[in-house]
Design a protein around this ligand. Structure first.
Ligand code: COA
Length: 175
């Protein structure tokens, strides 16, 4: 299992394990409804206490091998988060979200490719799941670009919306 000093570099980005000090920046990013409305489990409005406690738990998750969450930095500044979580035996789930100011430049795809390689090469996972709200085609593009295939249209509860919403699921075979 990679240690907490593990980090990854892509052409433009640095991905490193989240730290408690990231919580304030994450709150800033998720204070934008355009970001948080696309998430499944985040509260709306953003809750700084819940965010701090969530980020505090990341180190224990990493050590337990249940979730690996990376702060994504561009030019030394955190622009979002990318993670592999829900890890059970040989499979997990990919997730991510970014500051709206940085959308549209291929950064999410760049980080997702690194996270997929991490899941395969460092964690030895054989399968990743992922999904996105049906009204979030940009996320579908990111998933397809890094190799995911569409699985099904379903309905899933969205915490920020407080109701079930149309959702699209995907899978990636890493073998
Ligand atoms: C979804 C998200 C991660 C995409 O980040 P990004 O850095 O803009 O993604 P990329 O630039 O790597 O790729 C986005 C692709 O979607 C395309 N796209 C953007 N809006 C689109 C739309 N409305 N319809 C179809 N494609 C769209 C872009 O053109 C791009 O594809 P291209 O490079 O082939 O042109 C970002 O918008 C985000 O953080 N949203 C809020 C949180 C979220 O949705 N997280 C994912 C939850 S599943």
């Amino acid at each position: 299992m990679p240690g907490r000093d593990f980090e990854m570099r892509t052409a433009r980005l640095r991905l490193r394990p989240t730290e408690p000090a990231d919580a304030a920046r994450f709150v800033q990013i998720q204070s934008n409804w355009n970001v948080t409305r696309m998430l499944r489990l985040a509260p709306w409005p953003v809750d700084p206490v819940e965010m701090a406690s969530w980020v505090d738990s990341h180190s224990a998750e990493w050590t337990a091998g249940t979730a690996y969450r990376f702060a994504v930095e561009l030019d030394g500044r955190v622009i979002g988060m990318c993670d592999v979580d829900d890890i059970l035996s040989d499979h997990g789930e990919l997730g991510y979200w970014y500051d709206e100011a940085h959308w549209g430049g291929g950064l999410a795809s760049e980080a997702a490719a690194a996270a997929v390689a991490f899941a395969r090469d460092q964690l030895g996972l054989v399968r990743l799941a992922a999904g996105h709200a049906a009204d979030n085609p940009a996320s579908g593009k990111v998933l397809q670009r890094v190799g995911f295939r569409f699985v099904a249209d379903i309905t899933r509860y969205s915490r920020p919306h407080g109701q079930d919403r149309p959702y699209r699921t995907y899978q990636l075979d890493l073998r």
